[in-house]
Design a protein around this ligand. Structure first.
Ligand code: C2E
Ligand code: MG
Ligand code: MG
Ligand code: MG
Length: 276
């Protein structure tokens, strides 16, 4: 009986694996077509200064809608892009779109853009990025690049050198999803990130896990002590927002403050914000 069960289990896993491989190659195909047929876009999610309530920046987030598969999560197609090497081309396209939009925003609003781990290993990265900024007429001083810790694991020294040359051009560097990976603290002592984006799992825990508060409060203190700027991701409730504000978190992002939206409504959103 155990044997039968074993075989059935193996078959089940094989089928699941086949389905996984199949869906992966469908996503890769959708990505290639999307690139060719100009179906890749960016939405913009506001980053809010928690003390003043004002929009300080927008994070550009990639969007792909396939005629058959519908809207595909960036987690899936970015992974496919990394896997196939299409990420470099894709990222250039997205940054160009994002900069062309952001150029129309009032001067003080920044653009935040995600870099994927593979890009940190591209020896041409700095040149590629600067060429796009120049072409789009977007000043590097208004750009912030978000990197994750996973991007810095394989070759930390190399990655840090790349980040330093980007910084030398005036670009700011943020660490994304802080606390969701490992070796977070070691990373912080090695590189001075301008901004530290606290992973939304911490914010999620507020109000449900009783140890979430002391952990989050300490993380905010730590970021202050490092001379970096804190940003909490995934704020969904007023209670979370109030707590973060009361505990000195500087910036926030999340559905409560604004969902990612297309370029046109983003501009409208900014125009509706009264001038300083
Ligand atoms: P991320 O950089 O951490 O971006 C934040 C993600 O959290 C976005 O998901 C955003 O829509 C979502 N989010 C924002 N506020 C809330 C909230 O209150 N609650 C919840 N549950 N989620 C919230 P999205 O757009 O699906 O993107 C997922 C990830 O895909 C991003 O995570 C980023 O790692 C990657 N990604 C997206 N666009 C790009 C891109 O242009 N380049 C690269 N390399 N990666 C990208
Ligand atoms: Mg991000
Ligand atoms: Mg994040
Ligand atoms: Mg992420």
């Amino acid at each position: 009986q155990g044997k039968t069960f074993g075989r059935a289990t193996v078959r089940f896993f094989n089928e699941a694996l086949d389905r996984q491989i199949e869906s992966r190659s469908r996503i890769e195909a959708a990505l290639r077509q999307g690139l060719e047929q100009n179906r890749l876009f960016v939405h913009f999610q506001p980053i809010v200064d928690l003390a003043s309530g004002r929009i300080a920046a927008f994070e550009a987030l990639a969007r792909l809608t396939d005629p058959e598969l519908g809207s595909i999560s960036p987690l899936l197609f970015i992974e496919a892009a990394e896997h196939t090497g299409l990420i470099l081309k894709l990222s250039d396209h997205l940054l160009r779109l994002a900069c062309e939009t952001a150029r129309q925003w009032p001067q003080e609003v920044h653009l935040s853009f995600n870099l994927s781990p593979r890009q940190l290993r591209d020896p041409m990265l700095v040149r590629r990025l600067l060429a796009i900024l120049t072409e789009a007429g977007f000043p590097p001083q208004r750009l912030e690049l978000e990197v994750t810790e996973s991007g810095m694991i394989s070759d930390a020294d190399g990655a840090e050198d790349v980040l330093r040359s980007l910084r030398a051009e005036g670009i700011r560097i943020a660490i994304d999803d802080f606390g969701a990976g490992y070796s977070s603290f070691a990373r912080l002592s090695r590189f001075a990130f301008e901004r530290i984006k606290i992973d939304r799992s911490f914010v999620n825990g507020l109000g449900s896990e009783h140890r979430a508060e002391p952990v989050l409060a300490s993380v905010i203190h730590l970021i202050d002590a490092l001379g970096s700027i804190s940003l909490a991701e995934g704020i969904e409730t007023q209670a979370q927002l109030d707590w973060l504000r009361a505990h000195g978190c500087r910036f926030g992002q999340g559905y409560l403050l604004g969902r990612p939206e297309p370029a046109e409504s983003t501009l409208a959103r900014l125009r509706a914000q009264r001038p300083d």
